[in-house]
Every structure is written in structure tokens, then in C-alpha cells.
Design a binder for this molecule. Structure first.
Ligand code: 15L
Length: 270
């Protein structure tokens, strides 16, 4: 499969591009920065919030599918978040309509449900209501809504992988629940790319963590079978004073008052 990977120079992108190539895919990289050392496929340096630039990639590459990882991974104003997550998603989906590419895999986030209080009543499922903890989370939820629209309108297969904490190893108590290992991330993206006719689907991008908060069955139904477990690292993780506050909501620090800010930046008047 010839796959366009956006955000290919980022931390997730660098792991996923190698992993997809190992699975036999031809990877086309895209990022706002030039290709990282060692990437030897076709590369496009551009911002995927620019629909003309995105359209030019689809006009020259014979793509089968898109893995959209690009996007600012932290909090900002609401317009910044909408540009970073929703406008980029829409630009890619529009180009897909034009070029008859129908599979879209998205780096969603646990922050789409991050304001869910802990401990949850039961494992969180894909049917629990979106409960963003930040404008970042709002952007991720809104991007999923655009994916749902294009799945319904054009028969696309659009899979949102709500990623937890993508790290080489868990580093905090929260990560013992939220960790996504590098290898499981590649397994997840490969499953989302190749699942038979998922339509619009959501899965939780978490490893098989003993302390996990999410139902991994929806992912398993799509062929995502995580193998790693953060528990293996539990005895190496120190308890920190902030762990108690971070444990109040699924989204950890994003759900705490330190992340609260107005939706819109106002210019200084006078
Ligand atoms: C995410 O979605 C963020 O991009 C990342 O910065 C982390 O906050 C991660 O979730 C997490 O929840 O640990």
C-alpha cells in the first residue's frame, strides 16, 4: 500500500514510517520540516493546513491511504487547535475525495475523553460521550466529527486511534494506565490501515496495560492486538507529589486548572 504519513518527522511519525516500511508499505512522508536523517522515500515539506499544498501532493503521488499524525501535541487557543487538527484533517479528506483515496487513519487522543473523572465507573468505551479536557481535546473531537461526516457522505473508512502516552517507556504513575509502546503503536496503525471496511471507527491507542482505563475490544475487533504492558516498568517509577492531582481525570495534567485559559487570544487594546 502507498501511504501518505503526515507529521512524519515527529516522534510518532518517525516510528510509524519505519514500522510501515517494515510491513512492506511504500511510505510517502510529509511534514513542515525536511525529512529526518535515514528517511529515503518521497518527502513533501509543507503545512497540511494549506489545502492547495495538500492537493499538489495528491496530484503527484499515487496514494492508497493516509495516516494523519501531524498536529500540535499540546494546548493552545481554540482557533490554533482547530487549524492544527480540524483544518488539516479537512484538507486531507477533501484531497482524498478528489483523488479517490478512501482510507484515513488519524492520531486521535485520549484527551477527547480526558475530562472523564477517575476512577471511571467501568472501562471507557468508544460509546462514552466525548469529554474533552482542553482545546486540544476539542480539536481532536471535532476532527473525528469531520471524519464521521466523510465516512457517511463518501463511504470512506476513517479510523481514529485515540492515543494515550506514546513513549519508549512509561515515566509516571498515570503512564502505567495510558502508555502506548512504540511497537504497539505500529501494530495499531497497521491494523487501522488494513481492517476490512471499518467505516467510521474509534479505537483506544493504549498498550495492554494491567492498569488501563479503556476497553481495548473495539481495537481488537479491528485487528489491533497490543502486546506490551506498562506494568513491567512499575517498580522503576517513583511516586511524585503531582500524581494525586493528575489522577483525578483521565487526561491527567491537561484536565487541571493550570491548563485553563480563554478560548480566544485578544489583542492588547489602547
Ligand atoms: C496527547 O495526546 C498529547 O499529544 C501528549 O502531549 C500527551 O499529553 C499525551 O496525550 C498523554 O496524555 O500523555
Amino acid at each position: 500500500m502507498r501511504v501518505l504519513v503526515t507529521g512524519a518527522a515527529g516522534s510518532i511519525g518517525r516510528v510509524v514510517t519505519v514500522g510501515l516500511a517494515d510491513h512492506g508499505h511504500e511510505v510517502v512522508g510529509l511534514d513542515r520540516t525536511p525529512e529526518p536523517e535515514g528517511f529515503d522515500g518521497p518527502w513533501h515539506t509543507l503545512d497540511c493546513a494549506d489545502p492547495d499544498a495538500v492537493a499538489s501532493v495528491f496530484a503527484t503521488e499515487n496514494l492508497d491511504s493516509v495516516v494523519h499524525l501531524a498536529g500540535h501535541p499540546g494546548e493552545g487557543s481554540l482557533p490554533e487547535s482547530l487549524t492544527s487538527h480540524v483544518v488539516t484533517t479537512a484538507a486531507l479528506l477533501d484531497a482524498m475525495v478528489e483523488h479517490d483515496v478512501t482510507r484515513f487513519v488519524y492520531a486521535g487522543s485520549n484527551h477527547a475523553v480526558g475530562r472523564t473523572p477517575r476512577p471511571p465507573q467501568a472501562l471507557l468505551t468508544e460509546h462514552d460521550r466525548p469529554r474533552p479536557d482542553s482545546f486540544y481535546g476539542v480539536g481532536k473531537v471535532a476532527a473525528e466529527a469531520v471524519m464521521s461526516l466523510y465516512a457517511d457522505r463518501y463511504g470512506f473508512d476513517t479510523v481514529s486511534c485515540r492515543i494515550g502516552s506514546f513513549l519508549p517507556q512509561p515515566e509516571t504513575i498515570r503512564h502505567l494506565s495510558t502508555w502506548l509502546s512504540h511497537d504497539d503503536c505500529v501494530r495499531m496503525i497497521e491494523a487501522a490501515l488494513t481492517a476490512t471496511a471499518p467505516g467510521y471507527a474509534v479505537l483506544y491507542g493504549i498498550s495492554a496495560n494491567t492498569r488501563g482505563w479503556w476497553d481495548l475490544e473495539p481495537g481488537r475487533r479491528l485487528g489491533y492486538h497490543p502486546r506490551d504492558d506498562a506494568e513491567e516498568f512499575a517498580d522503576r517509577i517513583d511516586v511524585r507529589p503531582e500524581d494525586t492531582a493528575e489522577g483525578q481525570y483521565v487526561g491527567g495534567p491537561f484536565a487541571l486548572p493550570a491548563f485553563e485559559r480563554p478560548a480566544l487570544d485578544r489583542g492588547l487594546s489602547g
